[in-house]
Write a protein that binds this ligand. Structure first.
Ligand SMILES: [Zn+2]
Length: 151
C-alpha cells in the first residue's frame, strides 16, 4: 500500500502486519492448547492448556481490536477533514452571507448546481463531495440542496 495516499485507505501497512501477526499468534496458541489438552487426561493439566488457549484468544482479539480502532480513528480523521472543508456556521455573523440562489430574472447567471451519478442532492461545482467525480448539471429546483456546500 506504499505509494497510495494515506487518506485513501483506512489503515497502514503496519496495521495490516499487526492484525495478521496477532491473529496468527493467537491461532497458534489456540491450536497448541488444543493439541496439548487432547494429549492429557488430567483435568488440572487440561486447565493449564485451557489457560493457554484463552491467552491465544486474547492475543488474537486484541490484535483485531487494535485494527478496528485504527480504522475508526482513520474514519474520524477523514470526517473531520471533510467537515473542515465546509463553511463554518460561526462565521455567519461576521461575514456577509451569500445570497441564496433563487429563480430570478437577473441577467447574471449563477453557477449551475451539479449532481454526480447516484446522488440525490445537487451540489455547488466546487463542493468537496463531488470533487473528482463526473458531474452533470442538475435541473433548477431538483431536490434539496447539499447541506455542506449550500449557501
Ligand atoms: Zn455539496
Amino acid at each position: 500500500m506504499s505509494g497510495v495516499d494515506a487518506r485513501a485507505v483506512p489503515w497502514r501497512d503496519r496495521d495490516v502486519v499487526t492484525v495478521c501477526g496477532t491473529s496468527l499468534a493467537g491461532l497458534a496458541l489456540i491450536v497448541t492448547a488444543w493439541f496439548g489438552a487432547s494429549a492429557t487426561v488430567s483435568t488440572a493439566r487440561q486447565a493449564a492448556w485451557l489457560n493457554l488457549g484463552a491467552a491465544g484468544f486474547a492475543v488474537g482479539a486484541g490484535g483485531l481490536c487494535l485494527w478496528l480502532l485504527r480504522a475508526r480513528r482513520a474514519l474520524g480523521e477523514r470526517r473531520v477533514a471533510l467537515i473542515a472543508l465546509a463553511p463554518a456556521d460561526d462565521d455567519e455573523d461576521t461575514r456577509p452571507r451569500p445570497t441564496r440562489r433563487t429563480r430570478s430574472t437577473d441577467d447574471t447567471l449563477a453557477l449551475p448546481l451539479v449532481r454526480a451519478e447516484g446522488m440525490d442532492r445537487p451540489h455547488q461545482p466546487d463542493c468537496p463531495l463531488v470533487a473528482g467525480k463526473e458531474v452533470t448539471p442538475a435541473p433548477v429546483g431538483a431536490g434539496e440542496p447539499c447541506g455542506v456546500c449550500a449557501p
